[in-house]
Write a protein that binds this ligand. Structure first.
Ligand code: URA
Length: 255
């Protein structure tokens, strides 16, 4: 027989939420054990018990957990920081070893994967694997067809070697309003989509600077096979769906 643990621990370990959150689910009558609504977080359950939360069966603690966070600006991509809020505050999990897979700058928004699967993180971040990362950005300065060409050839950004080729698409360019001139000194702004295969420090901002423009807004919209879902609002975080998790593992050749 599997080891018996407290119901709130069982649920939290399974990724259903933090200890406090799952206690609230229990209080609200959302959890059933073997068909009977559970009333107390301290009752003991084991693998043999059928635990249901909101109509869905909860399996025992998975080996690893995978969360998708829509990172808002203002949070640091680290597990702890002395001065700033970290993205971990937005992850509804008490799992001890979870960490963000790679970094987004404090002012960057968008998709961030959080997991405790170190091997998977390594596969996604390894410079040898060239995992695509796609960003949406708004620039101060008009991005041109020549810039698209230069991005496609790779750019000097002050490293030993130029960057790898990157795919740049111009979505829209506009002359800015008088009132916006403080933010857009050039008087022009472009919206761009950019796919890079590396993850160098401030890479998108530095590549954009290398062609004489400045990023004023940056959001990651995909990483490898994962895409930021439209219904995941800024600051929200959820576990990967079964399909997303499978696709992600397939993409790194793990069955
Ligand atoms: N490139 C940047 O410049 N910043 C990020 O946060 C991510 C990629």
């Amino acid at each position: 027989m599997g080891k018996a643990v407290r119901l709130d621990k069982f649920l939290a370990d399974a990724g259903a939420g933090t200890r406090n959150e799952v206690k609230k689910y229990i209080q609200k009558g959302k959890v059933q054990v073997n068909g009977i609504p559970a009333k107390k977080p301290e009752i003991k359950v084991s693998e043999e018990d059928e635990v249901i939360l909101d109509g869905n069966k909860v399996s025992r603690a998975p080996e690893f957990v995978y969360y998708l966070l829509h990172k808002p600006a203002g949070y640091i991509s680290a597990t702890e920081d002395k001065r700033d809020r970290t993205v971990m505050e937005l992850v509804p999990s008490d799992r001890k070893d979870i960490f963000p897979v790679g970094r987004l700058d404090k002012d960057t928004e968008g998709l961030l994967l959080i997991t405790d699967d170190g091997a998977l993180a390594h596969e996604l971040l390894s410079p040898k694997k060239h995992v695509d990362k796609t960003y949406y950005a708004v620039t101060d300065g008009c991005v041109t067809k020549e810039d698209v060409q230069r991005f496609a050839e790779g750019l000097e950004i002050g490293e030993k070697n130029p960057t790898m080729p990157a795919k740049l698409e111009i979505l829209r360019t506009r002359k800015v309003e008088e009132a916006e001139l403080e933010q857009y000194l050039s008087g022009w702004s472009s919206e761009i989509q950019l796919t890079i295969k590396e993850g160098k420090f401030h890479q998108v901002k530095r590549m954009t600077e290398a062609v004489g423009k400045k990023v004023v807004y940056l959001k990651r919209i995909s990483m490898g096979v994962l895409t930021l879902p439209d219904d995941l609002k800024k600051g929200e975080c959820r576990q990967l769906t079964v399909e997303e998790e499978k696709k992600l593992k397939d993409s790194i050749g793990r069955s």
